[in-house]
Design a binder for this molecule. Structure first.
Ligand SMILES: [Mg+2]
Ligand SMILES: [Zn+2]
Length: 187
């Protein structure tokens, strides 16, 4: 059983990083459309020994825009399409709450990332967090994860607004992240 390699993990936001985002929420499997190259990037990370976990705010549940069965169907599509290109997403963590719920898991709160760190027994310092919104990066920075912004989804807007956590690296998209990150992979 591999030890060090099993601790290699990348944490991704979902909407705007893996799939196209919409201001009107992604509410159905039909609306879930992968960003070109993103699933191949996940496969590339897997091939380099990285597991991939998703941490996603899904307040559409709390708002009643879609239900759990629909969210599961979206994720089944994501897993199926990833598998079709040789990629694997090991875990999907999501926050179903709205801001009014004051939960600990809705990003920028660090609760989901904390759960992922515990579940996978990883060191945040070695685990990149990739997102397109400031709150993704803030959640990561709070716990000491290296932060990476992609320009897809809300990324351009996030970049223009500024105030990114110190040391945040910027990439065109998830494919660009995977190429840059693996080029500097110490393993
Ligand atoms: Mg996003
Ligand atoms: Zn929550």
């Amino acid at each position: 059983m591999p030890t060090s390699s099993s601790r290699k993990l990348v944490i991704l936001d979902r909407d705007g990083v893996i799939n196209l985002d919409s201001d009107a929420f992604i509410k159905s499997p039909d609306e879930w459309v992968a960003i070109p190259g993103s699933l191949e990037a996940i496969a590339r990370l897997n091939q380099a020994g990285y597991r991939v976990a998703v941490a996603s705010n899904q307040s559409g549940i709390g708002r009643g825009l879609f239900d759990m069965a629909t969210l599961n169907a979206m994720h089944a599509k994501m897993h199926r399409q990833a598998a079709a290109v040789g990629g694997r997403i090991d875990a999907v963590f999501f926050c179903p709450h709205t801001a009014q719920d004051h939960c600990d898991c809705r990003k920028p709160k660090p609760g989901m990332l904390k759960m992922i760190a515990e579940r996978f027994e990883i060191d945040p310092a070695d685990t990149p967090v990739v997102g397109d919104s400031l709150r993704d990066l803030q959640a990561g920075a709070t716990l000491g994860f290296p932060t990476h912004l992609v320009r897809t989804g809300k990324g351009e807007k996030t970049l223009a607004a500024g105030g990114l956590p110190e040391g945040t690296k910027i990439h065109d998209d998830l494919r660009g992240f995977a190429l840059d990150f693996l080029a500097n992979d110490p393993a």
